[in-house]
Design a protein around this ligand. Structure first.
Ligand code: ADP
Ligand code: MG
Ligand code: MG
Length: 253
């Protein structure tokens, strides 16, 4: 049983007009076995939260804490976070020319485990993961993110999730740019991950659509840099019907 704990997190970014506070005291606790959906309007700071947990250098933590089983995460390097069992899909958003998917996955697995995976089982594991996401074997020979479609990027994220098998995953807009078939395939991959029972998931999304396929235990409404409301899965249905309006209005008065 593990706990990812975010306490009164404040984060700012540098803008042309000077530092701007984006996260204004976020409180959130995710335990193993739980799926939490974070929902909110565009610009509310959802990705900033994901980047902050990932340790992106652009996002400066000015207050609060993020801990994994009581251990400070914010003081860890990006690699240390991965080794501690955190998976942050947006960790490698860039194109990596000349690095094949196969080599990238192997390097990531080696970094997380502290030793190279055994070659024979590894090749089978990679092929199984690709097959699970309905990706052709040839996909492994392509350069990472080079010319990937939106859907291929998202599937590649879930292939990583499957192979690295972290304690906690943070998935940001995993549903964006997916057609309905791809959405199902990606959701199946995410459900395979959480069905292991002792895994925690923070699923960040603007739309309720993906929540038809991935059932959250808890829903948090994120507005203006903090959690404005929380509840069970029924809250997602309420948001679907009513939108974010009332929260946005309450946050701006
Ligand atoms: P969301 O993911 O909920 O749409 P973001 O976290 O991407 O929201 O952005 C929240 C706010 O922070 C927005 O107003 C955005 O313009 C601002 N912001 C985020 N990252 C940066 C950055 N690197 N530089 C300047 N402003 C940023
Ligand atoms: Mg505060
Ligand atoms: Mg975002």
């Amino acid at each position: 049983m593990a706990t990812l704990d975010i306490r009164d997190l404040h984060v700012e970014v540098d803008t042309e007009d000077g530092p701007k506070e984006i996260l204004r005291g976020v409180d959130l606790t995710v335990k193993s076995g739980e799926t939490h959906a974070i929902m909110g309007p565009n610009g509310s700071g959802k990705s900033t939260l994901a980047y902050s947990i990932a340790g992106h250098p652009k996002y400066k933590v000015t207050g609060g804490s993020v801990t994994l089983d009581g251990t400070d995460v914010l003081g860890m390097t990006v690699d240390q976070r991965a080794r501690a069992g955190l998976f942050l899909a947006m960790q490698y958003p860039v194109e990596i020319p000349g690095v094949s998917v196969a080599n990238f996955l192997r390097a990531a697995k080696t970094a997380v485990d502290g030793e190279s995976p055994k070659l024979r089982t590894w090749i089978k594991d990679v092929n199984d993961a690709l097959e699970g996401l309905k990706l052709d074997k040839q996909f492994a020979q392509r350069s990472v993110n080079d010319g990937f479609s939106g859907g291929e990027k998202k599937r590649h994220e879930i292939v990583q999730l499957d192979l690295l098998n972290p304690k906690f995953a943070v998935l940001d807009e995993t549903d964006s740019g997916l057609d309905i078939d791809a959405l199902r395939i990606v959701a199946d991959g995410v459900n395979k991950f959480t069905s292991q029972g002792d895994r925690g998931l923070l699923l960040i999304t603007h739309y309720t659509r993906i929540l038809r396929y991935i059932k959250p235990d808890f829903v948090h409404v994120f507005v203006a840099g903090r959690v404005a409301d929380e509840g069970g899965p029924e809250l997602a249905e309420q948001l679907e019907a009513e939108g974010y309006d009332k929260y946005v209005r309450a946050a701006t008065v």
